[in-house]
Design a protein around this ligand. Structure first.
Ligand SMILES: Nc1ncnc2c1ncn2[C@@H]1O[C@H](COP(=O)(O)OP(=O)(O)OP(=O)(O)O)[C@@H](O)[C@H]1O
Ligand SMILES: [Mg+2]
Length: 346
């Protein structure tokens, strides 16, 4: 098989789980066959989709060549000049305030915190929308028990957001055929989808738009900072990763691009054994407060590791509304502290 034959064969290979080929998804970079060794460069955005595509190529072609080198294109490191985000556009003039919930790392509880603070704001009587900006791993619909709702267009050609627990909800997961359709977009497409969710959704007038950001400091985060005047950024971390570079990088980036940091939430902070009530500081004590001090941003509160929080969240029953009083209070107190440290327009 020569380079061209391999290229054609790869183009028509189906991406696992979706009715699209790798060619249609434009995931192929440079392809070379030399001395029966194939070198294939993939343009996948996430590591997950890189590994998925790599595997199906190996499954299909490893017997055709002596060796198969499948690489992922290295994207240039972003320089730290974020353009004009000091004076961002406003793609959401209907929202009086925008709260962005972020973190350096994945899996620390951004989505959980986003949903529960959005509902806590609605409990205070405000009109609230939540935008799931995690376009590669959208899970706000599951957390709000709206995953079976599918969005539709209204008479003015605007998208009608899902609604539950007193908040409006928009997520790419409401637009895909099934909840688990993998999303393998290039970042430019992801960014366009977000802009559409800001401009083409019938949000109505909102007092707050809460944005659940994807992990890290990539294109989506930059776009949000450039296209929206963020009133308050809430950084979620866990005790064991507070000292890592990712968290520092996230804080530095937000400071660099002049986003107002409302403060740090320490999630999965400690564990109280349900049977003995003994408290275990599994990951050490005071990490969130230390990072708040180090970067001179407020500490907004700690949420313990609580089995019920996970179970309830998985069922789409947010603890701030359906949990016990202690669980409600974690999130309501954080909202009070965000108010103390922000200057909202209400
Ligand atoms: N305080 C907590 N106690 C117990 N489980 C929690 C707690 N906070 C979050 N979880 C669970 O941890 C998992 C990750 O939380 P979540 O999805 O909110 O994180 P995330 O930062 O949004 O992740 P990602 O980066 O993948 O978007 C979920 O299963 C969630 O239910
Ligand atoms: Mg999330």
């Amino acid at each position: 098989m020569n380079s061209n034959e391999l290229k054609n064969a790869l183009q028509s290979l189906k991406y696992p789980g979706v009715e699209r080929t790798i060619g249609e998804l434009k995931l192929l970079g440079e392809i070379k066959v030399v001395n029966n060794t194939a070198t294939i460069e993939l343009l996948t955005v996430s590591d997950e989709s890189y590994l998925n595509v790599k595997k199906i190529i190996e499954d299909n072609f490893s017997t055709d060549f002596d060796a198969l080198n499948i690489t992922k294109r290295n994207t240039a490191k972003k320089d730290m000049n974020y353009g004009n985000s000091a004076t961002p556009n406003n793609r959401a003039p209907y929202a009086k305030n925008i709260i962005a919930v972020t973190s350096g790392k994945g899996g620390v509880g951004k989505s959980t915190v986003s949903v529960n603070i959005a509902i806590a704001l609605a409990q205070k009587g405000y009109k609230v929308g939540i935008l799931d900006a995690d376009v590669y791993g959208p899970n706000i619909p599951r957390l709000t028990n709206t995953d079976l709702q599918r969005i539709a267009w209204d008479d003015n050609n605007k998208i009608i957001p899902a609604q539950n627990y007193g908040i409006k909800i928009m997520s790419v997961a409401l637009t895909t055929p099934t909840m688990d359709t993998p999303l393998v977009w290039r970042s430019s497409v992801a960014v366009n989808a977000l802009i559409q969710f800001l401009e083409d959704v019938a949000w109505g007038e909102l007092d707050f738009m809460v944005i659940d950001m994807p992990p890290g400091t990539g294109d989506v985060q930059l776009t949000i900072a450039q296209e929206l005047p963020i009133s308050a950024a809430v950084l979620v971390t866990t005790p064991q990763i507070v000292a890592t570079d990712d968290v520092s990088r996230a804080i530095m980036m937000f400071k660099d691009i002049h986003v107002k940091m409302a403060g740090v939430v320490e999630n999965m902070s400690y564990f109280v054994a349900p049977d003995t009530q003994i408290r275990y500081d599994i990951f050490g004590i005071g990490g969130g407060e230390r990072i708040a001090k180090k970067y001179e941003i407020p500490f907004l509160g700690a949420i313990p590791l609580d089995i019920q929080i996970r179970e309830a969240s998985d069922k789409g029953e947010p603890p701030v509304t359906l949990g016990n009083d202690t669980q409600k209070k974690y999130f309501q107190d954080i909202v009070e502290n965000i108010f103390k440290n922000s200057n909202f327009n209400l």
